[in-house]
Design a binder for this molecule. Structure first.
Ligand code: G3I
Length: 350
């Protein structure tokens, strides 16, 4: 009798599992992420609507992703090129594409030391610069109120050594520009999720320690900061995964939401199939750790096809950092990520 029951149970389990696996076929990263209640996304390239292969680009983007970040066209030099002129149209194209396709927009970025137009760099007094910053943040966030859900309010304000970065903002205003930026963004859109975003803060090190203390203090003071963005520009040697796990945990324990904002995993330019497998394992491991932490809300890549990636232009000898190749074919990294998502969906369905 007991063995009959076991046989019946095994048969039922077989059918349930088979049914689940069949259901997962035909899924994309987007549909799987949606089942898990997270965002998966990409940095959306400049003028994507007029590149030669824009139809293909858009088709893959909306099939695979449910969030996007404009890679450059919300940055200061693009959106506010002259003191009295804002240039919203290119940014609007990204927002329209996202909203028309049921995707969320992650705005990037309100305060940064790079891609500043000359008229900002020319300001020399604290009063002038504070005024300019307040106007910029309130105008940009106000313009996209209700349409941009998450903002990188302050980007890369800390040095690798773990000190405030020596930028125009820090030199002329002092560290208070950071808190002020969050307060102004919150005033302009009280529903937006406001985050601090940086690179090399994925593991526990002097820089992430500094950021940890900085955001902890902001939380304690009641500054409206809601999350931290870990950029994750890494190579195929990966990182210290245990340290990454612990680091995510300590930020989550502060009550912050966590975002992987700009992930790419570069490999040598003349990569072999083995190198692509190694790259896939790095993507797999990062996804596994992220999905183990319920505070992780979104994982975004800094692009999706190797055809359009900042990597070869910035890292000599490196390339192929994304999950689709130059012809939009999914790479081993894509399948590794998909497997992790599928496994998680099946675990939840048990
Ligand atoms: O705007 C000029 C344009 O007028 C000119 O014709 C063209 C010629 O090359 O250059 C254009 O500027 C380029 C700009 O991208 C395009 O919007 C810059 O040269 C180029 O340096 C700039 O690179 C961007 C970089 O940020 C700037 O530092 C990359 O595309 C972008 O991927 C990268 O993104 C950053 C994130 O914002 C922050 N985290 C790191 C990440 C990678 O560096």
């Amino acid at each position: 009798m007991k063995s009959l029951r076991l046989v019946i149970l095994a048969v039922v389990l077989f059918f349930v599992l088979n049914f689940t696996v069949q259901r997962l076929e035909g899924e994309t990263l987007r549909t799987l992420a949606e089942k898990l209640g997270i965002y998966i996304g990409y940095a959306s390239i400049n003028d994507f609507w007029r590149i030669t292969d824009s139809d293909k680009y858009m088709e893959v983007a909306k099939r695979e992703f449910n969030i996007l970040t404009p890679e450059n066209q919300m940055k200061w030099d693009s959106i506010h090129p002259e003191e009295t002129r804002y240039n919203f149209e290119p940014a609007e194209r990204h927002v329209r594409f996202a909203l028309e396709n049921g995707m969320v927009v992650h705005g990037h970025t309100l305060v940064w030391h790079q891609q500043l137009p000359p008229w900002v760099s020319g300001k020399s007094t604290k009063e002038e610069l504070l005024k300019v910053l307040e106007d910029h943040i309130k105008t940009v966030v106000g313009h996209f109120k209700g349409r941009v859900k998450i903002w990188d309010v302050v980007n890369e304000a800390v040095s690798d050594a773990g000190t405030y970065r020596d930028s125009i903002w820090y030199r002329i205003i002092g560290p208070e520009y950071i808190e002020k930026a969050f307060i102004w963004a919150h005033e302009a859109d009280p529903d937006a999720i406001l985050i601090y975003n940086d690179y090399n803060i994925e593991t526990i090190n002097p820089k992430s320690n500094f950021v940890y203390n900085m955001v902890k203090e902001m939380k304690e003071k009641g500054i409206p900061i809601h999350g931290v963005g870990f950029q994750m520009h890494i190579d195929y040697n990966g990182l210290n995964y245990e340290s990454f796990r612990q680091n995510l945990k300590r930020f989550a324990d502060l009550g912050l939401k966590l975002y992987i904002t700009e992930m790419d995993v570069r490999v040598p330019q003349n990569a072999t199939p083995k190198d692509f497998e190694k790259q896939a394992e790095v993507y797999r491991k990062i996804f596994e750790i992220c999905l183990d932490n319920p505070a992780v809300e979104a994982i975004q890549f800094w692009g999706f096809t190797d055809k359009y990636s900042w990597v070869p232009g910035f890292f000599k000898g490196w390339d192929h950092a994304l999950i689709f190749d130059r012809d939009y074919n999914p790479k081993p990294a894509y399948f590794a990520i998909k497997e992790v998502l599928e496994k998680k969906v099946m675990e939840r369905q048990k």
